[in-house]
Design a protein around this ligand. Structure first.
Ligand SMILES: [Zn+2]
Ligand SMILES: [Zn+2]
Length: 295
């Protein structure tokens, strides 16, 4: 089943600047929203940070140059021209008015408000052809997507979890989709590993092995464990088969998984990829159902 959706991995919008505009190689735009779930305000704050190039497509950002505001639709942007300087403000306003960047603002608003608990956003979109493997995005569309940079490209790592009634597997299944390739990219994978032994993923496919290693290296196993725990709680208490799930995953063991998850390594250098993270995928991966173990 083909669907299209926007990708948002929570990273800033990075805009390489033309030479001569300022003493920086790129600007990063960060957005923040009001955290009150019931508030009906519809403007987000923008922070603009200057960055220096540290690699071919990698920048490091430090300090704040200025700020501004944008409407929830991304259409009405106002920037602090005094702090940014008129030429920078003008250039940035023109960039933010471009279609892909306006959509980035709109998507970021939607995700952040869903994360703040705003009931107008983040409703699960469970497919009618529900299989036993369900992507976290279908259940928590307000969560940020997982992406990783590998082999000179940016990939969406679509993580899915098993909700087969009676199954006691603790697997995470990931399909990788290259975000910069045009058209409907073919997902790579699925790759599958136990949440307790994420490093024990084995495959003969060198590309898949590289992608899996990049995912773990850039997010840490804690990120996947956190997402696994969220899905387990949902499957047990809110999912379509809530009453039929085995009791192996008590809330205590879920807590334990999260508690012992290592901290995410924080790479200070942010890779810039023209087609990500503001890009969309046209082919949402739909992993094939796999026989559960121990069912
Ligand atoms: Zn508000
Ligand atoms: Zn299973």
């Amino acid at each position: 089943m083909l669907r299209s959706r926007r990708i948002d991995d929570g990273r800033p919008l990075i805009l390489p600047v033309p030479p001569g505009l300022g003493a920086f190689d790129a600007l990063a735009v960060y957005a923040a929203v009001c955290g009150n779930p019931e508030c009906l305000c519809d403007r987000m704050d923008l922070d603009v940070r200057p960055g220096a190039r540290v690699g071919e497509s990698t920048f490091e950002f430090d300090g704040v140059l200025g700020g501004g505001e944008a409407s929830s639709s991304g259409e009405d942007v106002s920037l602090d021209a005094e702090a940014l300087g008129a030429p920078v403000a003008q250039w940035l306003a023109a960039r933010l008015a471009e279609e892909g960047n306006r959509e980035w603002l709109r998507e970021r608003w939607t995700r952040l408000r869903a994360q703040a608990g705003d009931p107008r956003y983040g409703t699960p979109t469970l497919p009618e052809d529900l299989t036993w493997l369900i992507p976290l995005h279908d259940v928590f569309p307000g969560e940020f997507d997982l992406t990783c940079a590998a082999r000179g490209a940016m990939y969406l790592a679509e993580d899915s979890y098993c909700l087969r009634p009676g199954c006691t597997c603790d697997d995470v299944t990931v399909e990788f989709i290259e975000l910069s390739s045009p058209g409907s990219p073919k997902p790579l994978g699925p790759a599958r590993a136990s949440i307790r032994r994420l490093d024990k993923f084995r495959t003969g496919d060198p590309q898949l092995r590289d992608l899996w290693a990049a995912l773990l290296q850039q997010h840490g196993s804690g990120k996947l464990r956190e997402r696994f725990a969220r899905m387990r709680v949902w499957i047990r208490f809110d999912g379509p088969c809530a009453m039929r799930m085995p009791t192996r995953f008590s809330s205590g063991s879920i807590q334990k998984l999260v508690k012992y998850a290592p901290e995410n390594p924080n790479d200070p250098a942010v890779p810039y990829m023209p087609a990500a993270p503001g890009s969309s995928v046209t082919a949402t991966p739909r992993p094939k159902p796999m026989p559960g173990r121990g069912a």
